[in-house]
Design a protein around this ligand. Structure first.
Ligand code: ADP
Ligand code: MG
Length: 227
């Protein structure tokens, strides 16, 4: 579903060349949930942005559903991002002037879906996230946990191959984190999407199929028991 092949990324800060990803390889199969656990500054967001086609690698290739994306033009990448990838941020990034329902409808309509079909799917997803009663509310009228559940529903609304989440519960209290995470897990299991989730929360990471970390620019297995 997702494969990174010898991906390289560096930043230049003054005279320093900061290597974030050093010819790293990584892959995820359909329906797999992988936790990415690494200290702040290790490159988690960089990795997710490259996997999510938000940033280009300096070298290497990103495959999604078996197709290479590195050489695509910007419009092609934008279309691919819309159709093949769902992204959840630490802060919900919902559009404030639209209701929860409309926020989940919009990516579908931009992708060419009719209003009626988009609305039906958005309702079903919000019901699944137990937000049916909150569908007409705007983000500001929702709690942090509810906002993140809407953001997750929106991220999967176009049936992506890959769901990428950058510390999706980092802004929530522990109890809400668990609740949001349960909803996320159920949705991933039900939809078969491959999910890569950056988190600092080891309790949550434990419940995934696999845990990886970033060390010296490489993605390697991570043993929660030895941390
Ligand atoms: P994480 O998400 O694990 O906290 P990031 O991927 O955000 O890590 O950042 C990894 C490193 O790259 C950090 O040291 C950060 O300061 C640096 N970095 C990130 N983005 C840029 C940028 N646009 N320019 C320069 N340095 C950056
Ligand atoms: Mg980050």
């Amino acid at each position: 579903m997702l494969r990174l092949d010898s991906v390289q990324r560096h930043y230049v800060q003054g005279d320093n060349r900061l290597v974030i990803l050093d010819k790293t390889d990584f892959s995820m199969v359909r329906g797999e949930m992988v936790a990415l656990v690494a200290p702040s500054g290790a490159g988690k967001s960089t990795l997710l942005h490259i996997a999510g086609l938000l940033e280009r690698p300096d070298a290497g290739e990103v495959f999604i559903g078996g197709q290479p994306f590195g050489s695509l033009s910007d419009p092609e990448r934008t279309a691919a991002r819309r159709n093949a990838i769902g992204f959840v941020y630490q802060f919900h990034h919902l559009l404030p002037e639209f209701s929860a329902l409309e926020n989940v409808m919009l990516p579908q309509m931009i992708g060419g879906q009719s209003r009626a079909v988009a609305a039906e799917r958005a309702r079903a997803l919000l019901d699944y996230m137990r937000l049916g009663k909150r569908a007409e509310h705007r983000p500001a009228e929702l709690s942090g946990g509810e906002q993140q559940r809407v953001a997750i529903a929106r991220a999967v609304s176009n049936n992506p191959h890959v769901l990428l989440a950058d510390e999706p519960t980092g802004n929530l209290d522990p109890e809400t984190s668990h609740y949001v995470f349960d909803a996320l897990t159920a949705l991933v299991r039900q939809s078969g999407v491959a999910a890569l989730i950056a988190t600092h929360n080891h309790e949550l990471a434990k419940r995934m199929d696999r845990v990886v970390t970033l060390q010296h620019g490489k993605i390697i297995p991570y043993d929660l028991a030895n941390s």
